[in-house]
Design a protein around this ligand. Structure first.
Ligand code: NAD
Length: 544
């Protein structure tokens, strides 16, 4: 029987962050689970059309902070498995797109509760080991943010459904938010387990079917996401998870006539290439694909001399170096007035000297490893170049070690050129570049900040003078999609700060908001006339 009520979904609230402080139950249980995960090698299949798919081509999974240890293996696929995933998605579409919304909603609300309860420690332990995140970083990402995405998106879905047109007497106008006619390709990055979960589920919540390609370095926690969705009752074929190299997936998916949308988060270059391929193939598709992409950042902190230096330093220490700077929102350039610099410098160097670096199994470590050898080499290459060039000076860090894991010291560079490459480019590591400007040239510093980089993802101003806050907010209106006043530019919360950037940083379709969900539907207007006219003639046609 179809729905017989206008149902309200549970009002979402942000998931409470557990502390994992000494003596708490969650800490003891999590530590035990980490060691269990380390001991037992797991073998991870792809998941296509409700079936586990094994190819026998096994790829090792290693913790970035302990790269000789083997956590397990995943089965790598090729074009054939991508094709199977597309077929499975298309097959599931009829059932899924016609299922009533409250049944769909229940699945994702249940998934959120499973993550909040029985799967919480599992997804955290998998993220800590597979992506080298300390427990706090894992908890706010893999558990809390993913739970929030699921609960809030269900609520936003119903908000969108409630948006209906006006109906004058004699007519009933309705707006139906149809899922897209085809399948969605979700391509996810390594750095946030929550993003890996959100990109396939947000189109699915709106009734779409999905082929999901996680990053090769996030497969270990991607498996937990899939386990949760299966246990929550997601029908076979709605989300199909394939482990294939990006270009292999891209080639097969983007040439398929039923490709109807890309939900992407990752580097700018890959996104631009995907967009180009979509453009080249545009004549092959049944409909114009939706393209949603959140990409890189060169996120800034601009400090006015009225700022509180201690607040600035804490924001920079956390904003630049938590999760080794591998957040799209991480502070990677800052503008400091010369009058505050001596004080800020002393406190910042003191903070950095106190950071402990090592594996996340040891809860006293604040800094862990960068994701893989490729990232290690790339970031070291940048540090070597900076060391060679005269324009900038490294004042903290600059060393790295890869004996057991890919460890790079939190590194601070001071550049005398505000347009130096280290002020412009994203390196995605623990590398912060500062420019010290004359305090009486704040307006010029704002201009420089706005013009330096191609990105516009996140940024902060630190100032106590209200007129400066107002000036900065206005001047930097297009410099960041997420702008912060006296706060670090990382740590957006679902339902509070919808996330995304513009310029080179993406399409700014705000993950964790109705603005994102609306991209995954194709509205249909339905007009019903109750008593249709029976004569084509209009009154003006009569002479007298
Ligand atoms: P990446 O670009 O290396 O990979 C992203 C995804 O694209 C992966 O799944 C990868 O396998 C896939 N891919 C690579 N080449 C492909 C191809 N030719 N066809 C199809 N897929 C392909 O990025 P990453 O290292 O995983 O993540 C870091 C990047 O992500 C940074 O640039 C960061 O700023 C960005 N990021 C942005 C946001 C945001 O919301 N703006 C959030 C997180 C990460």
């Amino acid at each position: 029987m179809p729905a017989t009520g206008f149902y309200n979904v549970p009002e979402p609230q942000n998931e409470q962050i557990l502390s994992y402080a000494p003596g708490t139950r969650e800490r003891d249980e999590l530590k035990q689970l980490i060691w269990d995960f380390r001991k037992n090698k797991t073998e991870i299949p792809m998941f296509i059309g409700g079936r586990e798919v094994r190819t026998g081509k096994l790829i090792e999974i290693n913790p970035p902070h302990d790269h000789q240890h083997i956590l397990g293996y995943y089965h790598q696929g090729a074009e054939k498995e991508v094709g199977l995933a597309i077929d499975a998605a298309i097959k599931a579409r009829e059932l899924w797109s016609s299922m009533s919304w409250e049944e769909r909603a229940s699945i994702f609300l249940k998934a959120a509760d499973l993550l909040s309860g029985p799967y919480r420690l599992k997804i955290n332990a998998a993220t800590m080991l597979g992506q080298s995140k300390n427990i706090f970083q894992a908890e706010i990402d893999a558990a809390c943010e993913l739970i929030d995405f699921l609960r809030y998106n269900v609520k936003f879905m119903t908000d969108l459904y409630k948006y209906q047109p006006y109906s004058p007497p004699g007519v009933w106008n309705r707006l139906e938010l149809r899922p897209l006619e085809g399948f969605i390709f979700a391509v996810t990055p390594f750095n946030f387990t929550s993003i890996a979960g959100n990109l396939p589920t947000s189109p699915a919540i709106m009734g779409n079917v999905v082929v999901w390609k996680p990053s090769a370095t996030q497969v270990y926690s991607a498996k937990v996401i899939m386990d949760v969705l299966r246990e929550a009752g997601l029908p076979d074929g709605v989300i199909n998870m394939v482990f294939v190299p990006g270009p292999v997936a891209g080639k097969t998916v983007l040439s398929h006539p039923d490709f109807s949308g890309l939900h992407y988060t990752g580097s700018t270059q890959v996104f631009q290439n995907l967009w180009k391929t979509i453009g080249q193939n545009i004549h092959q598709y049944h409909s114009y694909p939706r393209i949603v992409g959140e990409t890189g950042g060169k996120d800034f902190v601009i400090v006015h001399e009225s700022a509180d230096p201690q607040q600035v330093v804490t924001a920079i220490s956390r904003g630049a170096f938590e999760y080794q700077g591998q957040k799209c929102s991480a502070v990677s350039r800052a503008y400091i007035p010369d009058t505050l610099w001596p004080e800020i410098k002393n406190m910042l160097l003191e903070d950095i000297a106190s950071f402990k670096m090592g594996g996340p199994e040891d809860f006293t470590n604040f800094i862990n490893a960068v994701i893989d050898d490729h990232a290690f080499k790339r970031i070291n290459g940048v540090i070597r170049r900076i060391k060679r060039e005269k324009v900038a000076k490294i004042i903290a860090g600059g060393r790295s070690y890869k004996g057991t894991g890919y460890f790079i010291e939190p590194t601070v560079v001071v550049s005398s050129d505000p347009f130096y490459f280290a002020m412009q480019e994203e390196f995605f590591g623990p590398l912060l570049t500062l420019y010290i400007y004359p305090a009486d040239k704040y307006t010029e510093a704002l201009e420089i900040c706005d013009k330096t980089s191609m990105y516009a993802l996140t940024g902060s101003v630190f100032a106590r003078k209200r007129e400066i806050i107002e000036l900065t907010t206005r001047k930097l209106v297009n410099a960041a999609g997420n702008f912060y006043i006296n706060d670090k530019p990382t740590g957006a919360v679902v339902g509070q700060q919808p996330f995304g950037g513009s310029r080179g940083s993406g399409t700014n379709d705000k993950a964790g908001s109705a603005l994102n969900l609306i991209r995954w539907v194709s509205p249909r207007s339905i007009k019903e006339t109750f008593v249709p006219p029976i004569n084509y003639r209009y009154p003006f046609m009569v002479e007298r």
